[in-house]
Design a protein around this ligand. Structure first.
Ligand code: C2E
Ligand code: MG
Ligand code: MG
Length: 753
């Protein structure tokens, strides 16, 4: 049977399937074994397993010869393939002619027996050949035998192909399996990561089918809802987890997204199926079919922790650490909002500034812990005295502010202030000690006192200042007159401050005489301000400066330095000035090292301490730093400095105070003296004071003596010393030497008056 061209094409494609078209270089053990076997069967020295393509034939395996390749036209294999039948050539040289297969002839081949190597359909791919170097006749049995072996060889080929294919496929599947496995591993890892990330971020995904209202949730969304993933919610079901206003907001957002086909985002409170309060955030987008929004898709995140953190940070930023009250920032924010609201609904608003009285002294003497306890108790008490809608804030160290919105009438703010007054005056008990506390309060009311925050704060501050000035532990409503007083005060403070730096502050001296014989006993140094125009101004015109902490200390120091230097000068001039008194303010006596400085000054100027007297008022003895003041007085007293209690009878000093502090002399206030002898009540008081002082063994001075009758009466009542215009007005330093030297000359003291 001859092969047509078409068959050759099918044959070649079949050959290709065997994957053996190219090259013969690779030896194949199995085919070599076949070649060796056929050589043994036919007792031939040579055998070859030959494959034939469209151009050439080549040995796939050979025995007794080299692996080689022939052009198709001089190949026995090709002959067999083309005839597709066994080939039996007893003598190649004789039967085919020497030139037909030169390479074969050169190889010494004489006899050839071959059979086609056929695949299933009978197509020959090559041939199995045996060859002898001598002519030989192969029998028909030999031909059947070689065909049998060729078929076995072909089976081997098939097996080879199947094995190859199988192996290839196995390799591919192994690789694919490996790839698949690794892809699966990556996928699983990614899944795990995604799940972990979703859990950590508490974020899940959801879809809403707009038409059916059916909602699809991811596992994480179920977890956030604290629901089993078996539940199949509708939009209505999903909505029930949003409380009140949040539900309205989410409904609006969803409706708007559907109607306007817009992306959306919301962050709202949420209550889980288990009843836990959370905050959730959803970011979503729409999916359209034509013009219609058919689906909403979004993320759903539990942002409670984030929200809590944000709220905590906001709380720290807007609240005071110690008391937990709103701080100045939040107070301003609330007040602004309250003013806006009051403007809209036409109601009053109260602003109250509250100051803890003597807080610095509490801190200094009882320690910061007690100070903190006082502030905390104030915070609690203030809060308990106001309504829920009022804001109590701590806006400074010991300053609190209260916003009282929606006041029906301004007077209600006064009622709150009274409640606060009663509450804070009960003091606190801390660390085994009772601490007395009180508050000064200033109130301004919107819209009467101001229409904006700045105005109201300013007015409330002025009112507070007035409350403090009036003796603290009280409240004051703002009054326009206060503003005038305040600006006057500012004017005075500025003027005195300037006067100090321009050395316009200096002492005048007023004589003190012995009551019995009017002998000169000493002088009181009294501050004066010489204005640039030469006018000498007494302290009544600049009282605010004497009440000011810093300025009164500066003035006091200046007075001490001037007076002590003056005393040294008088001493050098041989003038007997007796004892010079200095008026000391309560702030000055509390100044660190006050007594030491004074003693140093005396020493530097070689003035015996017994020549100096310090005058303090009862108010000083009643002030908070009593221990400090007592220590300063003790030090001065022990060194010989005299202590006078000035303006006695006007304050609230008790007998205890006289015993408690080292006081040498009591100066009865001018107000009792000036009305003598006619005012019976004052006379009784003066008499009582003198007898009290005598019993306590104190010296008594009467100030403001203007008439000889008064002088005589006071002497009769037992007064030791007298001071007043009757003897001498306060006079300038330059006039003192003459006064001293001329003292005692008849009527001199009366003339100077
Ligand atoms: P003070 O210490 O009670 O001084 C007595 C005041 O009474 C003096 O007023 C004096 O001029 C006035 N005076 C004395 N005798 C008479 C009199 O017979 N008739 C009348 N009408 N007045 C008399 P001045 O100098 O105006 O001082 C007023 C107050 O200013 C002093 O009262 C004292 O509290 C305070 N002051 C004066 N100098 C200083 C100072 O250097 N430091 C401090 N912290 N306060 C001072
Ligand atoms: Mg005085
Ligand atoms: Mg006085």
């Amino acid at each position: 049977m001859n092969l047509s061209r078409l068959d050759d094409t099918s044959r070649l494609s079949e050959l290709e399937n065997f994957n053996v078209v190219y090259g013969y270089g690779e030896r194949d053990g199995r085919f070599e074994r076949i070649c060796r076997t056929v050589c043994n069967i036919f007792h031939t020295p040579l055998a070859a397993f030959v494959l034939v393509d469209h151009q050439k034939s080549w040995t796939k395996a050979a025995y007794g010869m080299e692996m080689c390749e022939f052009p198709r036209e001089c190949s026995f294999g090709a002959l067999i393939v083309e005839s597709n039948e066994c080939l039996n050539i007893p003598d190649v040289a004789r039967d085919l002619g020497a030139c037909a297969f030169p390479q074969v002839a050169e190889g010494g081949i004489r006899a050839v027996l071959g059979a086609p190597l056929r695949v299933g359909g009978g197509l020959p791919l090559g041939a199995l050949l045996v060859a002898d170097r001598r002519p030989r006749t192969f029998s028909s049995h030999d031909m059947k035998l070689i065909q049998l072996v060729a078929d076995i060889g072909m089976d081997q080929m098939m097996l080879h192909r199947v094995t190859m294919n199988y192996e290839r496929r196995a390799e591919i599947s192994r690789k694919q399996a490996e790839k698949l496995k690794s892809q699966q591993t990556v996928l699983k890892r990614k899944d795990r990561m995604f799940d972990q990330v979703s859990r950590m971020a508490r974020v899940g995904g959801w879809e809403l089918d707009v038409r059916s209202s059916q909602v699809l949730w991811s596992d994480q969304v179920y977890r956030i809802h604290e629901l089993p993933s078996t539940v199949r919610p509708t939009l209505d079901d999903a909505m029930q987890y949003y409380p009140g206003k949040a539900r309205d907001l989410v409904t609006d957002v969803v409706n708007k997204a559907v109607e306007q086909a817009e992306p959306f985002e919301f962050e709202v409170p949420f209550i889980t199926a288990a009843g836990n309060e959370r905050w959730v955030k959803s970011i979503g987008d729409v999916e359209r079919d034509g013009d219609q929004v058919v689906r909403l898709i979004g993320t759903f995140q539990d942002v409670t922790e984030q929200k809590t953190r944000e709220r905590y940070i906001e709380h720290i930023a807007t609240h005071d650490d110690l008391t937990g009250l709103p701080n100045r920032k939040l107070f301003q924010h609330r007040m602004k909002a309250a003013i806006e609201r009051a403007g809209q609904n036409g109601q009053c608003l109260g602003l109250m500034l509250v100051d803890v009285d003597h807080f610095k002294s509490i801190n200094d003497t009882l320690g910061h812990e007690t100070g903190d306890a006082v502030l905390k108790s104030f915070a609690a008490k203030l809060t308990s005295c106001v309504r829920q809608e009022d804001t109590v804030a701590r806006i400074g160290g010991d300053e609190f502010a209260i916003v009282l919105p929606d006041l029906k009438r301004p007077a209600l703010a006064g009622e709150v202030a009274e409640r606060i007054h009663r509450s804070v005056c009960s003091g606190i008990h801390h660390d085994g000690e009772d601490v007395m506390t009180s508050a000064s309060m200033g109130i301004a009311v919107y819209p009467g006192d101001g229409c904006n925050q700045k105005e109201l704060l300013k007015k409330a501050d002025i009112a507070l200042y007035e409350a403090k000035n009036a003796g603290r532990s009280r409240f004051a409503f703002f009054d326009p007159g206060m503003e005038i007083l305040l600006s006057e005060r500012h004017r005075v403070l500025n003027a005195i401050s300037q006067a100090i730096s321009e050395r316009q502050i200096f002492p005048y001296y007023q004589a003190l005489v012995r009551a019995s014989d009017h002998k000169l006993e000493g002088f009181e140094a009294l501050v004066r301000w010489r204005k640039p125009d030469g006018q000498v101004v007494p302290p009544g015109f600049f009282q605010a400066a004497l009440d000011d902490k810093d300025l009164s200390c500066e003035i006091g120091h200046l007075m001490a330095v001037s007076a002590i230097k003056q005393m040294a000068e008088w001493s050098r001039a041989g003038l007997d000035y007796g004892v010079v008194s200095l008026n000391i303010s309560s702030d000055q006596i509390r100044t660190e090292g006050f007594a030491e400085t004074l003693l140093d000054l005396l020493e530097q100027n070689q003035i015996p301490p017994g020549s100096l007297c310090v005058e303090i008022t009862e108010g000083v003895l009643l002030s908070k730093d009593r221990a400090k003041i007592a220590a300063a007085l003790v030090l001065l007293s022990e060194n010989g400095v005299q202590i006078d209690l000035d303006d006695f009878g006007t304050g609230y000093a008790s007998l205890t105070h006289l015993r408690e502090f080292r006081v040498d002399r009591i100066k009865i206030d001018r107000s009792f003296i000036s009305v003598l002898p006619d005012d019976a009540e004052s006379l009784a008081i003066v008499r009582a004071i003198i007898s009290l002082a005598k019993n306590l063994n104190k010296h008594v001075v009467a100030e403001g003596v203007e008439t000889a009758d008064q002088a005589r009466l006071l002497h009769e009542l037992g007064c030791d010393s007298l001071q007043g215009y009757l003897f001498s007005k306060p006079i300038a330093t330059e006039a003192i030497p003459d006064l001293i030297t001329g003292w005692g000359e008849e009527e001199l003291w009366v003339k100077t008056a």
